[in-house]
Design a protein around this ligand. Structure first.
Ligand SMILES: Nc1ncnc2c1ncn2[C@@H]1O[C@H](COP(=O)(O)OP(=O)(O)OP(=O)(O)O)[C@@H](O)[C@H]1O
Ligand SMILES: [Mg+2]
Length: 253
């Protein structure tokens, strides 16, 4: 079973957009999919669930084991897709877990209790390399890095790769770099094409063939609380995330 952490400590590179729409693409392929939202901003969660339907969050599972993961996981209106919800309370987790010997393992332990209920798990992470992202990387089988096609695209990837190596040394030796997806790509500019070349030089065959272009529909869809497949099924964003999902499934098979 694949558990894919989507991480990049750079903000606004398309982590959440990728988490939402890849999860939806997998669910449409009849994969029983769980989207775990580890970002206190809760953008993934709120795309699928109104706040009033989220009485509890992963905080209650990860902080003090008040609830089990299956007690907080919620089905969404997308068949085969469930969400492990975040709330702003998750922002307290870092402080709550300070000094706890098992702090990095909390999510891994929680996911072990629902493994048989899902075929694939996607984890959305916040733009930090803090305890939430570490929990995601310890629990995951694969890391997927979205990189924004901007001038500073590769800034910070050294730190992320160093974190990947540290986690591989001890808590999770089998964690694989699944791939790098270039996002927010503007094919009209030479700059975007140069950046793509640079990213390919660093990451080689790990770069997915599918590139996610800049697409207004992708930007609008969360505001309407819909995935791209419901909001604009004929958009380039929908077909690109559909193609990315196929590439991902081939690599995790
Ligand atoms: N391909 C795209 N085309 C147009 N807009 C996009 C695209 N991908 C993401 N966006 C928009 O860019 C912004 C940042 O995207 P997103 O929230 O997915 O990034 P993030 O990496 O999760 O950010 P954060 O680090 O804050 O969690 C959002 O407003 C989103 O709607
Ligand atoms: Mg996000």
């Amino acid at each position: 079973m694949a558990i894919i952490a989507i991480a990049n400590q750079k903000g606004g590179v398309g982590k959440t957009t990728t988490a939402i729409n890849l999860s939806a693409a997998f669910a449409r392929k009849k994969k029983r999919t769980l989207l775990i939202d580890l970002d206190p901003q809760a953008n993934s969660t709120l795309t699928f669930l109104p706040l009033e339907e989220v009485p509890h969050s992963l905080y209650d599972v990860l902080a003090d084991h008040q609830l089990t993961l299956s007690e907080v996981v919620k089905p969404t209106k997308t068949p085969n897709l469930c969400v492990g919800p975040s709330k702003i309370a998750l922002a307290k987790l870092e402080a709550t877990l300070v000094g706890q010997f098992d702090a990095p393992y909390r999510l891994k332990d929680a996911l072990a209790t629902v493994r048989n209920d899902f075929d694939i798990i996607i984890i959305d992470t916040p733009p930090t390399l803090g305890i939430m992202t570490v929990n995601a990387l310890v629990a995951a089988t694969h890391l997927l890095i979205p990189i924004q096609a901007s001038y500073y695209a590769l800034e910070g990837t050294d730190d992320l790769l160093e974190t990947l190596e540290r986690i591989r040394q001890r808590p999770n030796p089998t964690l694989e770099l699944l791939g790098v997806v270039i996002t927010l790509f503007d094919k009209r500019t030479n700059l975007a094409r140069d950046i793509r070349k640079n990213v390919c030089q660093v990451f080689g065959d790990r770069v997915f063939k599918t590139v996610i272009g800049k697409n207004v529909r992708l930007e609008e869809s969360p505001a309407y609380r819909e995935t791209i497949f419901d909001y604009a099924p004929d958009s380039s964003g929908a077909s690109e995330y559909e193609r990315l999902a196929k590439e991902v499934l081939k690599r995790v098979a």
